[in-house]
Design a protein around this ligand. Structure first.
Ligand code: HEM
Length: 392
């Protein structure tokens, strides 16, 4: 089979990759591709095969398996998404012991309050960019407060993290990663010097497993980086992508407005229909691995298509239909297996609160008819638009 150059699909692929994934899937569940960034990879586009690949321990998360050097990873050091079991098991246990359901549930009133405040601020204008004024500031404020990052510092790392997730060219990857790492080291040092606060970073500084095991400062820095990036580059697009889908499907929006008991289903369908993470993070083969009947050679990059899996008609009948009453079980928007998203309960709580409150407050919400075409985020990792102009 020949190598498929995804870069040749151009801007249409970024704006709407689903027809391209469908075409590939018709030809088979696994394809050798060149990503638009020029990285040779094996792309999994079938749901069953994707699910299996996410849980397949023969696929490593460590770049040391191949010769790929990711500048940011070198600078930040190893974290949950760049290590395998048993190192991953140890780290995940330490983190999960502090980042608990109870800690997330305790954030509920604060998430509602922030949502209300953000909507209060934009209401009088009658129009806004929903990304800049709502979908972005909500999760970043929540994750910063959860971790104990001072409000004054948040603009700087919006710049760093944006640059790392969807580069605009404003600075190099190295500059962004170094700026971020230096900042996090100082923040952790401040917390250590000041003594334990009640934020998650302070809790992680002092946490100890039963056997006395604890996180090193380097582990804590890399973890804080991962949580900050994962905690706000994703949920912003859960909110914006789901609102966009609802506005594009007035009958679904009307059903939700008539019965907000459907909000959980609407958020799950948002995650499936146009989720924030288009493809899982890289995995690497140590040895040749057969996936979906295709042999992937040793030392290759494997890209599991979460968006592609979500539109596999073998798993989700009529996958292009946005249906908030669909049985949502089984989507892979939060991944699967040992790297399943640690922040899923928080993301769901934020998404449900934000979307429900927005719709209740603005009964006549619609896309701004005067806005130009939407600008899609580049790359194959995050799916969303830079802006979402709306009126009410
Ligand atoms: C809608 C929002 C979100 C989506 C769609 C999402 C999606 C994902 C996905 C697909 C993975 C697995 C990646 C892979 O296996 O390659 C993942 C892992 C992870 N996510 Fe999320 N995420 C979201 C929000 C969050 C939030 C709010 C946090 C933290 C506060 C978070 C923290 C993490 C962490 C730490 C991991 C790595 C877990 C591990 O390797 O053990 N995520 N997420």
């Amino acid at each position: 089979m020949s190598v498929i150059d995804l870069g040749e699909y151009g801007a249409d692929f970024t704006a709407d990759p689903y027809p391209y994934y469908a075409k590939l899937r018709e030809a088979g569940p696994v394809h050798e591709v060149l990503t638009p960034d020029g990285i040779p990879a094996w792309l999994v586009v079938g749901h069953e095969e994707g699910r299996a690949a996410l849980a397949d321990q023969r696929l490593s998360k460590s770049t040391s398996v191949i010769d790929l050097v990711l500048v940011r990873e070198e600078i930040m050091g190893p974290h949950l998404l760049s290590i395998d079991a048993p190192d991953h098991t140890r780290l995940r246990k330490l983190v999960a012991g502090e980042f608990t359901g109870r800690r997330v549930e305790a954030l509920r009133p604060r998430i509602q309050q922030l949502t209300d405040e953000l909507l209060d601020a934009i209401e009088p204008a009658g129009r806004a960019d929903l990304v800049d004024s709502f979908a972005f500031p909500l999760p970043i404020t929540v994750i910063c407060e959860l971790l104990g990052v001072p409000a004054a510092d948040r603009d700087s790392f919006r710049a760093w993290s944006n640059e790392l997730v969807a580069p605009s060219g404003a600075m190099t990857e190295q500059e962004a990663a170094e700026g971020f790492a230096t900042y996090l080291d100082a923040l952790i040092e401040d917390k250590r010097a000041a003594g334990p606060g009640d934020d998650l970073l302070s809790a992680l500084l002092t946490t100890r497993a039963e056997d006395g095991d604890r996180l090193s400062l380097a582990e804590l820095r890399a973890l804080a980086y991962l949580l900050l990036i994962a905690g706000h580059e994703t949920t912003v697009n859960l909110i914006a992508n789901t609102v966009r889908a609802l506005l594009a499907h007035p009958e679904q929006l009307a059903a939700l407005r008539a019965d907000f008991g459907l909000i959980d289903g609407a958020v799950e369908e948002g995650l499936r229909y146009d989720g924030p993470v288009e493809n899982a993070t890289f995995r690497f083969t140590r040895e040749p691995v057969v996936l979906g009947g295709t042999e992937i050679p040793a030392r290759a990059v494997v890209l599991v298509g979460l968006a592609a899996a979500a539109h596999d008609p073998g798993r989700f009948p009529d996958p292009g239909r946005f249906d908030i009453r669909r049985d949502p079980r089984g989507h892979l928007a939060f991944g699967h297996g040992i790297h399943y998203c640690l922040g899923a309960p928080l993301a769901r709580l934020e998404g449900r609160t934000a979307i429900q409150t927005l719709l209740r407050r603005f009964p006549r919400l619609e896309l701004d008819p005067d806005a130009g075409p939407l600008e899609w985020l580049p790359g194959m990792l995050i799916r969303g638009t830079r802006h979402l102009p709306v009126v009410w």
